[in-house]
Design a protein around this ligand. Structure first.
Ligand code: COA
Length: 260
């Protein structure tokens, strides 16, 4: 039987999602994207999963972007279909009801860097390299790359990187704000899980609403953003977890959040 394109593994309330095509540098073919979409739907509605980590199998590549061998055989209409599917899948990750960490275990090129940017927080192995290489292939980043990169690193740096197709090291990615953290040598997953657990111990509704307020608020004017923030706070007020936090504070103990 063929290996699955994507593997999932639970570690307490953290779900590790691994792109599993190491023979092809974990490149994204259409089947992998479709499998990913289904997994994302399952995660969205699973109350026991509090944080997701996306990574790639092996230590060479996180993801080499679109599967160029598959692409070569595609008709123009199939290419359009692929681009819509990757764009929609990355939006699903961005809007997932749980925070998504990305553990970049090696090369992340084209759609690989776009996938990383759709996640909430990025950690890279010291040997990782990232880049939006599309213009070197006669196309442009269209899995959200032209939009998310400037929002992360600023418009000037984004233009430099997209128009040259230059790759950056993990250290440069950290310096320009493309990743949040560079892991210690050989400790990528350990470091990724540590931060995931720091998030997972917090109240799930609060984490979800904070993510929602940041995602939806940062592109609108301040007064609309502040109004949206108030609405997101409202969602937390009737939760058991808010009451539990106050009780735990009074009793000088750690709160036990149930996600209700
Ligand atoms: N799609 C499909 N297969 C890919 C791939 C991709 N995006 N990237 C790598 N592979 C495959 C290679 O074809 C090769 O398979 P083969 O042995 O059957 O030929 C295997 O992965 C290993 O790649 P290889 O090129 O031999 O390794 P390398 O270390 O010399 O180079 C890369 C690795 C990733 C730098 C190089 O393969 C590359 O530039 N790939 C394209 C990445 C890219 O530009 N992606 C953006 C797409 S929009």
């Amino acid at each position: 039987m063929d290996e699955p394109n994507i593997l999932t593994e639970r570690k307490n309330s953290v779900l590790i999602v691994t792109l599993n095509r190491p023979r092809y540098m974990n490149a994204l073919n259409i089947e992998t994207l479709k499998d990913g979409k289904k997994i994302l739907t399952d995660i969205y509605f699973d109350p026991d999963i509090r944080v997701v980590i996306i990574t790639g199998a092996g230590d060479k590549a996180f993801c080499a972007g679109a599967d160029l061998k598959e692409r070569e055989k595609m008709s123009e209409m199939e290419v359009r279909h692929y681009i819509k599917t990757i764009k929609d899948t990355l939006v699903d990750i961005e809007n997932l009801s749980k925070p998504v960490r990305c553990a970049i275990n090696g090369l992340a090129l084209g759609g690989g860097t776009e996938l990383a940017m759709a996640c909430d927080i990025r950690i890279a192995a010291p040997h990782a390299t990232m880049g939006l290489t599309e213009v070197t292939l006669g196309i442009i980043p269209a899995g959200g790359g032209t939009q998310r990169l400037p929002r992360l690193v600023g418009i000037g740096k984004a233009k430099e990187l997209i128009l040259t197709g230059r790759r950056v090291s993990a250290q440069e990615a950290l310096r320009i704000g493309l990743v949040n953290q560079v892991a210690l040598e050989g400790k990528l997953m350990e470091n990724a899980i540590e931060m995931a657990e720091d998030i997972a111990k917090n109240a799930p509704f609060a984490v979800q609403q904070a993510k929602f307020a940041i995602n939806r608020g940062h592109e609108i004017d301040l007064s609309s953003g502040l109004a949206l923030e108030s609405k997101a706070y409202e969602v937390c007020i009737p939760t058991k977890d808010r009451v539990e936090a106050l009780k735990a504070f009074k009793e000088k103990r750690k709160p036990e959040f149930v996600g209700e």
